[in-house]
Design a binder for this molecule. Structure first.
Ligand code: TRP
Length: 472
């Protein structure tokens, strides 16, 4: 583990280490599991175009803003807000809450991935026709997915309890590059299947007639989710960042890596999906149904590749969930003076309970709903459709209206050492454009969505947090 000179705060071992960790946080189930199925549910190409717009006009700027706030204050989400203005503590706390909630379902999917790695060897690929049904039966079983989830969560606990530089960095460095190579391979296989062309036109020829207010909210939420924004995760990571690093270029690199993986996942999945006649709107199972089918067609090497694919997916998921857990742990350490190990154990015990409920909501508890949805969807929709976007909006308002512009400029440009010609444009986006944009998208999306009571509950939670801001 690495120690820093002045403060006791841990620091990144190297620039490469930071990039890998930040990109590792961003690239995860969001890109590979969630992006393709959301694309399928929202009509294909048009969703992708809107998503890319959200990344370019909102995500990139917020990424830089989070890095800047984190490094400037040297504190995790809550502390970073609090240090500037006590009334804003709630915005950080909202982030911690988002992290908590995302960890209420993320490890469930991480567990599926872990399970599929093992199942690749134990016969999953032997009956390609049954892969779709198999997935449905597996995730709705009462015990098996829970076991995998617990193993997955335990790995997280191990990494986070060990501390930043030691754990996260090492994991990210090895498997991220591997994931890229695998996807390139998968894309070649997928597009050469008979009937693949329909999949390519599905994602590259936008059909605008399917776009609604909800499409924009889904794309915006996914942009935040995929880039790990809107909950102080990148603030926390930025706080571990060295004063010499170039923030704008790091932000651009992370965003580019994240977006390229999401696009690769879509390009790998949709051609095969059409070739196999799977429904594009089939939902959360896409990657677990389509990818094994590609491998199943390849015989013996298919098994090997499938193991590697799900190993890489599990690692990508791990480097993300570790960052989520870290946000919550860093809060307890920085603000409540808790010791790292204790904070990790307490936090993950609660997450484990939430994950059990989420997993069971796919089967045994499927009849039980809160605000009209099961536990899995409750945690998912609440964070992705409200908390992250509002968290991003609050951050933009905070940076634009409550921080000193000159100081921000010094931070973003390393006191003038880094030339960042777009500073004014970035500042304008963050101060004026993004808050309004998010407000409009959130409003139209929330009014169009089916789960209204859940949305109102989410907004109430934010208001309550704001009222108790000074106590957090
Ligand atoms: N970005 C990750 C993914 O795509 C998930 C994630 C990690 C996340 N940290 C986050 C999402 C912080 C929102 C906020 O899988």
């Amino acid at each position: 583990m690495q120690q820093t000179e002045k403060k006791a705060r841990e620091n990144w071992g190297s620039r490469f280490g930071f990039l890998m960790a930040a990109a590792g946080s961003a690239v995860g189930l969001g890109n590979i599991w969630r992006f393709p199925y959301l694309t399928g549910m929202n009509g294909g190409g048009a969703f992708i175009v809107i998503y890319l717009g959200c990344i370019l006009f909102v995500g990139l700027s917020i990424m830089l803003a989070e890095f800047a706030v984190g490094r400037k204050t040297g504190l995790a989400a809550v502390g970073a807000y609090k240090a500037q203005n006590r009334n804003w503590t709630f915005a950080g706390a909202l982030g911690v809450l988002s992290g908590f909630f995302i960890m209420g379902f993320y490890p469930v999917v991480g567990g599926w991935s872990l399970a599929y790695m093992v199942k690749s060897v134990t016969g999953l690929l032997a009956a390609p026709e049954a892969i779709g049904d198999y997935f449905g039966a597996f995730i709705s079983a009462p015990v098996e997915p829970l076991v995998w989830m617990v193993i997955y969560l335990a790995i997280n606990i191990f990494i986070v309890a060990k501390g930043v530089a030691g754990g996260i960095e090492a994991a990210g460095k090895i498997l991220m590059p591997m994931l890229y190579v695998l996807f390139i391979f998968l894309i070649f296989r997928s597009v050469s299947l008979p009937g693949a062309g329909a999949g390519l036109s599905y994602i590259f020829k936008p059909d605008w007639s399917v776009v609604t207010g909800q499409t924009f909210l889904a794309a915006l939420g996914q942009a935040f989710f995929s880039l790990s924004l809107g909950m102080g995760c990148m603030i926390t990571y930025g706080s571990y960042l060295n004063k010499k690093e170039n923030l704008p270029s790091n932000a651009l690199t992370v965003v580019t890596m994240d977006t390229s993986v999401a696009l690769m996942a879509a390009i790998a999945i949709f051609p095969a999906l059409f070739a196999f006649g799977v429904e594009p709107a089939a939902g959360p199972g896409l990657v677990f149904v389509v990818v094994p089918q590609i491998f199943a067609q390849m015989g013996g090497v298919g098994v090997l590749f499938s193991v590697i694919f799900f190993l890489a997916l599990t690692i990508a998921a791990l480097t993300s969930s570790v960052s989520l857990l870290e946000v919550v742990v860093a809060y307890l350490m920085d603000e409540k003076g808790m010791e790292r190990k204790k904070a990790t154990y307490i936090t993950s015990a609660i997450m484990c309970v939430m994950c059990i409920l989420s997993s069971l909501s796919m089967g045994a508890l499927s009849g039980f709903t809160i605000f009209g949805v099961g536990f899995f969807d409750f945690f998912d929709i609440l964070t992705d459709k409200i908390f992250l976007a509002i968290g991003g909006m609050l951050l933009a308002i905070f940076v634009g209206w409550f921080m000193n512009k000159e100081e921000l400029k010094q931070e973003v440009t390393n006191n003038g050492e880094v030339s960042f010609g777009l500073f004014e444009a970035w500042y304008f986006m963050v101060k004026y454009v993004i808050p309004v944009l998010i407000a409009v998208v959130a409003y139209t999306g929330i009014t169009a969505i089916a789960q209204k009571s859940l949305m109102i509950f989410g907004l109430l939670v934010i208001v309550v947090l704001a009222i108790f801001s000074k106590k957090l």
